[in-house]
Every structure is written in C-alpha cells, then in structure tokens.
Design a protein around this ligand. Structure first.
Ligand SMILES: Cc1cc2nc3c(=O)[nH]c(=O)nc-3n(C[C@H](O)[C@H](O)[C@H](O)COP(=O)(O)OP(=O)(O)OC[C@H]3O[C@@H](n4cnc5c(N)ncnc54)[C@H](O)[C@@H]3O)c2cc1C
Length: 300
C-alpha cells in the first residue's frame, strides 16, 4: 500500500478472502498475479458452487490460482527485492511432490491471521489463551481463568468470525456485562461475510454441506443469474445464488450470493435469518425496482 508503483509480479500466499480481494485489484491495475493455496478449495467458508464460478472469473482476468499448492520457502534473491517462492503440489492423500519455483517482486501473506496476544504476557495475569484462537472466554465473554478480564473481537476465542461487525457486537456485550454484571451472551446467528472481489461473493447462515450434515430437511434454490437483467445491464458474466430454505418452516437456513451488489443484498437475508423470518413473511415486502435487492423475490 505504501509503494510508489505497482509491482509487476505479485504472489499471494493463501486463498482466503484477503488474497482474492487484493489480487482482483492488482490484476485489474496491471500486475501479473498468482495465488498459491494449500487446500483443494479456495475461500473455504463460502459456497463451493459459487466459489467455482468466481474462480473461473478470477482466472479469466489472468490471475493464476494454484490449488493444492503448499508454499515451502520464500527467498530474497537480490537487493531490488525480488523473491523466489518455492512450493510443492499436495496430492489427495496429503503427500507433497512436484516442486516448483516462481519469481515475484512482491509476496503477500494472506495465509490467515492470529490474535495479537504474544506481547501481552497474559500468563502473568493467569489468562488462559491459545496462540491461534485467542483468549479463552465463557459465554459472557469473560476469561475462564481470570474473572477480572473480558475479551471481544479477534482476540477472543469465540464462535464468532474474526470480522468487524462481530468485534463491535462483542464489544457492546462486554461493556454491558462489565457495567451490569454478566447477563448478556452473544448470538452469532445470521452474521454475513463478504469477499469484496469484482463481482463480490457473500454468504450468511448455513453452508449446504453443514445443513446436510445436521440432517436438516431443506430445498435448495440454486441458479446462474448471468443472463438476468441485473447482470447483463453491466456486462457481468459471473453471477449466481444459492438459497437454502427449510421444509415445513420455510425459514431461510443459508443464503449465498455472487454478483453485482451481493454485498448489500446479503443484508436482507442476514436480517431474515437473525429474525427467523420465513419466506412468506419476506415476500410481504415490496422492494424497489430495478434493484439487485428486488431479485430476492426470485430467490425464495
Ligand atoms: C486486510 C484485511 C481485510 C479485512 N476485511 C474485512 C472486511 O471486509 N469485513 C470485515 O468485517 N472484517 C474484515 N477484516 C477483519 C477485521 O479487520 C477484524 O475482524 C476487526 O478489525 C477486529 O476488530 P478488533 O477490534 O478485534 O481488532 P483490531 O481492529 O485489530 O483492533 C485491535 C487494536 O488493538 C491494538 N493493540 C494490539 N495490541 C495492543 C497492545 N498491547 N496495547 C494497546 N493496543 C494494542 C492494535 O494496534 C489495534 O489497533 C479484515 C482484516 C484484514 C487484515
């Protein structure tokens, strides 16, 4: 971000939302971009079918995405800050072979974040924590080992995703519990997350595989919407949705959107999931036309 000019070759390590977002910006600005991801599936917290569509689009804008590719080493080769990135291919059994090397002017760590607890000397206050997940808290976000300590946001080991709205929400709960004693517990239902690529990919609620594993009975509305007016109008060839609706109750279990304004439209589904609205109640809304939100009518 502080560079005077865009590097020609950029290598992103890790195929999560941060790598994809920056990769889309850099590729469109003219860089040659590679994403190396160790897993079989990039963007693992998002719907696999929509991720497949976004991956196709990502490759169409000349971003090379290498899956099942484990980075072994990054080497600085000269003072002009040119790097060699060594990686190997991981097969389905987890064995690595076929090493390869790529050159890069910039290497970006997008391989995941950990809570910033190393310098806090938490041991001296008897605060139990995990280097990867953060401070261990009870249902009131209070440390399980030192009742004088509370934690919220990325640093707290909770079910909540490491996202800005979750940090704000947990912060409010901590403030209330500190002032009035433990009485509020977080509810993580219906919190949306977005990959800000072009087009954006958004998700809220259950993934299809999770709903299946839970044995829920649901119907799935899944469609490629690239021929819809909202996509064709702006020449967007990559868009689709998948909405999971529980049989009998008709409540929304999960909604997954890819395409123009997905980052806004997902908020309608987030509200529906959080408030437990069924499709009949949702349909009562009369939405502005022509907007991307109007398409919700066709997704139910
Ligand atoms: C590149 C990137 C993109 C992201 N995009 C999104 C997005 O699109 N949407 C979204 O919802 N989330 C996004 N996130 C995640 C989001 O930024 C975090 O979940 C959120 O900032 C967590 O808030 P927090 O208050 O827990 O921690 P932070 O925002 O990290 O705040 C913690 C603060 O504490 C300070 N601090 C640390 N140690 C000490 C110390 N010892 N003493 C005093 N101060 C200290 C830090 O400097 C920092 O200012 C993104 C994160 C990154 C890195």
């Amino acid at each position: 971000m502080e560079l005077d000019k865009l590097p020609f070759n950029i290598c992103f390590i890790g195929g999560g939302y941060i790598s994809f977002e920056f990769a889309h910006v850099a590729a469109r600005a003219g860089s040659k971009v590679t994403i190396l991801h160790h897993g079989k599936k990039a963007l693992k917290n998002f719907d696999a079918d929509l991720v497949g569509m976004l991956l196709k689009k990502t490759r169409e804008i000349n971003i090379e995405v290498k899956l099942q590719t484990m980075v072994e080493k990054v080497e600085l080769i000269d003072k002009d800050k040119n790097f060699l990135v060594y990686s190997s291919v991981i097969d389905d059994n987890g064995n690595s072979h076929k090493s390869s090397v790529i050159e890069a002017d910039m290497v970006v760590h997008g391989g995941g974040r950990v809570p910033d607890v190393e310098d806090l000397k938490l041991e001296s206050a008897g605060v139990e924590y995990d280097k990867k997940d953060g401070i261990k808290v009870n249902e009131y976000l209070q440390s399980i080992s030192n009742p004088a300590i509370y934690a919220a946001g990325d640093v707290a080991d909770t079910e909540g995703m490491p996202l800005t709205p979750v940090a704000g929400y947990e912060g409010g709960i901590v403030a209330d519990n500190l002032l009035e004693g433990n009485h509020l517990k977080p509810n993580y239902q219906g919190i949306p997350s977005v990959v800000f690529t072009v087009p954006p990919l958004a998700s809220v609620g259950l993934q299809e595989e999770t709903a299946e594993k839970l044995g829920l009975r649901f119907r799935k509305n899944y469609q490629d919407t690239s021929s819809w007016y909202s996509s064709r109008r702006i020449n967007e060839s990559c868009s689709g949705f998948k909405v999971l609706i529980e049989e009998n109750s008709n409540r929304i279990l999960g909604a997954h959107l890819l395409g123009p304004h997905a980052e806004e439209v997902i908020n309608i589904f987030a509200l529906a999931i959080r408030l437990g609205l069924d499709t009949h109640t949702l349909r009562k809304g009369i939405l502005a036309y022509p907007t991307s939100s109007y398409n919700v009518n066709y997704m139910l």
